[in-house]
Design a protein around this ligand. Sequence first.
Ligand code: GLA
Length: 392
Amino acid sequence: MDLDEREISAETITPYFEQYFGHKPQVIAASPGRVNLIGEHTDYNEGFVLPMALNKINVVAVAPSPTGQHRWIGAIGEQPVVIDPADATHTGDPFWSNYVRGVICMLERRGIKVPPVDMLIDSNVPRGGGLSSSAAFEVSACTALAALCGADVTPTERALIGQATEHEFVNVPCGIMDQFISANGKKDHALMLDCKDLSDKLIPRTDPAVSVLVIDSAVKHSLADGGYAARRKNCEDACAILGIHSLREATLEQLDANKDKLGDLCYRRARHVVGENLRVAEFAQALAAGDWDAAGRAMRGSHASLRDDFEVSCAEVDTLVSLADTIPSAAAVYGARMTGGGFGGCIVALVKSDAVEQVAHQMLDAYRDALGIETAYIVTRPGDGARILYQA
Ligand code: GLA
């Protein structure tokens, strides 16, 4: 995770926009990355997730382009990519432009015609660390473009547009969690989402005595690699065997009764999903009650299940999670688990605030001693979801 400590705002991005394009932006939108506290690989099984938005944001500044062509700059310091409006709704190069192409295509499918735009993107969401930098990008691009077109697109609709972009333009068969929290997050709250009907509930996360610590394993993950899609297929196979629509409907008793029919692999995959939904409920209750020990227990259970039953962790992430139990300040850690899609990426831990910096440094030192890997951490509070920073 490349930590980017810069603050990004309308004030910081506007001078660059003017310098590149020679005119002012008309809309500037921001949308955050996320960390999932619990509920992993449940979203595409119509289950429950409980993420929070980060204070790290992707910012998109746009204005109609006077050239009749799209001109998009992927990051400050880069040259613009010029795209003919006729090509802007198809996949193409450079790779990152597909996030915007997808959003334009999905807006047009909803009858919203996006004019050729000048666009500048800036972001301080760490990339490749499993903190949903791509969902942040899709949702901020959608928020900016919808506002530029004067179209009323609800946060949840923007999340669905982001998800469809992943499916059709980036080839990642993701669930709805990342885009939903990026669009709907709220400062000082975690959000519990029912992925079956997209109803959500905000849960205050304000206790100053407990901090959320995120540590990168420095193992880059890609959900386009096949492991993610393979897990989805395992879950679908389990449903077909059980004759149900989604694993949301299954119970642990039902899985046990059908263990032979399911076979070891589908049984374990399904057991993770069914158990994880129960753990989300336990965690939500613990969070609301401020029962941090119970919250930590649910997180530990989640990690063990993702490691052993769902098999989406990896040796480095497992090392980090077990170091949380063995460092000298381990007593300050309520619980730790992998977060996000897996196969690398970050861990998330709930830690006593007065010891969180100490815990973080001990974890980093112990990780370096164990595996020779230098890495980084962030201590984070729940931030706001997508918003307009400026509109002319
Ligand atoms: C990735 C996907 C999400 C979700 C998680 C696993 O972040 O984008 O939809 O499936 O993995 O919980």
